[in-house]
Ligand binder design. Structure first.
Ligand code: PMM
Length: 259
């Protein structure tokens, strides 16, 4: 899954793709580099970020979703707003990627249930502005798993079958440094929920804390490729990355090793 952030303030690429034509060209190049799925988002979820009005979010993302879907590309919409999810699905998005797992907007699960789109439910304990206030765990893997299981049950109760549900452990969301590594180590326990698993480590702070807080993007992309390969080996269905070639290469090397 290649990341297309149509935002002024995402933490590693904010402002680069705010112009729809630039975002569309970027998405096409991610596709050409080997991304099977393009994740279009119009609201930054970086720690401390303020919410964006759905109207503004939709002005950013809908032209991009519409253009990519009309070219036959598989698009996911990264949003916590049901109105944006509905509009993006109408414009051709096939997956609704909600980092809040349907908790931020009480209408989200119904919006997806009414469509034939898939939904990715992220592990989330509160908005970006306050996310580290909730980073208290006894058993991080057990708690992430139990909280995701509740979200899966809520989605099923809303009428979305498990075959259309993807779970995501929400790396960096309400988790500090080592809690992210513990969560990644526990991926096989999430995979046994019986849903596809999506993992997003790309360029995140916990990687920089491991390789060097001043690590530039190229070094963070290499670290991302390593975690993405390990996630794939632990059963992930998809990995969400900014830099597609590095992760594709790493996956090809790992596949050759295993073959
Ligand atoms: N992380 C971010 C945004 N969207 N979606 C999913 N499913 N999983 C993630 O880990 C995730 C996400 C934050 O990263 P960005 O600001 O670099 O896009």
């Amino acid at each position: 899954m290649g990341i297309v952030n149509v935002t002024p303030d995402s933490f590693s690429d904010g402002g680069r793709f705010l112009d729809p034509d630039v975002a569309i060209a970027h998405a096409r190049s991610l596709r050409a580099q080997g991304a099977d799925l393009l994740d279009v988002g119009g609201e930054s979820t970086r720690p401390g970020a303020e919410r964006v009005a759905p109207r503004v979010e939709q002005q950013r993302v809908l032209p991009v979703v519409q253009a990519l879907a009309s070219e036959g590309l598989v698009v996911s919409i990264d949003t916590m707003n049901a109105s944006t999810a509905r509009a993006a699905v109408a414009a051709g998005a096939r997956l609704v990627n909600d980092v809040s797992g349907g908790l931020a907007d009480p209408d989200m699960l119904d919006a997806v249930a009414e469509s034939d789109a898939d939904i990715a439910l992220g592990h989330w304990r509160g908005p970006s502005a306050e996310m580290y206030a909730h980073a208290e765990y006894g058993d991080v893997v057990g708690e992430v798993r139990a909280e995701l299981e509740e979200r899966v049950a809520a989605a099923e109760a809303a009428g979305i079958p498990r075959s259309r549900i993807v779970v995501d452990p929400g790396i960096g969301f309400g988790k500090r440094g080592v809690q992210n590594w513990q969560t990644l180590r526990g991926l096989p326990r999430l995979a046994d929920l019986g849903c596809r698993v999506l993992v997003g480590t790309s360029r995140k702070r916990f990687l920089a804390e491991t390789i060097g807080v001043d690590a530039d993007l190229a070094r963070r992309d290499l670290a991302t490729a390593v975690t993405s390969v390990l996630a794939a080996r632990a059963g992930a269905w998809a990995v969400r990355v900014h830099d597609v070639p590095t992760t594709r290469d790493a996956l090809a090397v790992a596949r050759a090793w295993e073959a």
